[in-house]
Design a protein around this ligand. Sequence first.
Ligand code: ADP
Ligand code: MG
Length: 306
Amino acid sequence: MKIAILSRNPKLYSTQRLVQAAEQRGHSVRVLDVLRCYMNITSHHPTIHYRGQTLDDFDAVIPRIGASVTFYGTAVLRQFEMMGVFPLNESVAVTRSRDKLRSLQLLARKGVGLPVTGFAHNPDDIQDLLSEVGGAPLVIKLLEGTQGIGVVLAETHKAAESVIQAFMGLNANIMVQEFISEAGGSDIRCFVIGDKVVAAMRRQAKEGEFRSNLHRGGQASPIRLTPEERSTAVRAARIMGLNVCGVDLLRSNHGPVVMEVNSSPGLRGIEQTSGKDIAGMIIEFIEKRIKALENTTDRSRTRGKG
Ligand code: ADP
Ligand code: MG
């Protein structure tokens, strides 16, 4: 197979591991800087170009699109889809997962456990919103934050009020969420491939911090999931339409709750804590999917999806 990896930085651990795993399994692989891909969307033969070359013979594309380039990155990914290239995750699913509010709404509709969450636009509605989600302490989040930046714990009603006012004053979109204090500063990353959780880790926030992100100094360790946690993670991935993702759960008094679903989950932490070849499993998944597509129908089936 010929595989394209959309990544801005070929030196990242995750990118390097995917390249290695693909080559080990006998595939040719190319890392493309998504911002250097340009395309002709009008021709009968949709094309993608890269530094003067036409890219036209890839079998699969692995999007590793950073949050800051979601718009352009998903447009390039969609163009690969228009050309009939198999995307590890589809562009619509990536776009969906980048908006925390939209993601939680979709999960809620299917009955997946979530922290009580609210959303409002007008400062006049803050008081009512605060009581609707159960009052302080509360977590206030920017809808498009990542790596823990843009997530604030407001311990008192007054603090919540002023943080929300400040964000609204900056025209930032935020959601207001029940603080799951019983999670004790830890969350669970479930790494899903297809319809399985292939590995999981617990991330514990450093002393004095409630955000467990590894980028914020959190520590990862292996964890055994309960069957309910496993099925919650797999259902969340399916509802989001993601083949490969990281589903982040909190252990709450009312069972596992989904915090977010990440469509480009990092490989370093999960490979190191689980000791598993996750990159290899991802490539294997692509091999199986492409084989299944070739067996059932011609590849044009994947063409033309929007
Ligand atoms: P980001 O996309 O920036 O990682 P998250 O929603 O994952 O944002 O929040 C970052 C971290 O903050 C989580 O990993 C978790 O440890 C903590 N956290 C987020 N929401 C809650 C909550 N409702 N209750 C308790 N802790 C939370
Ligand atoms: Mg997170």
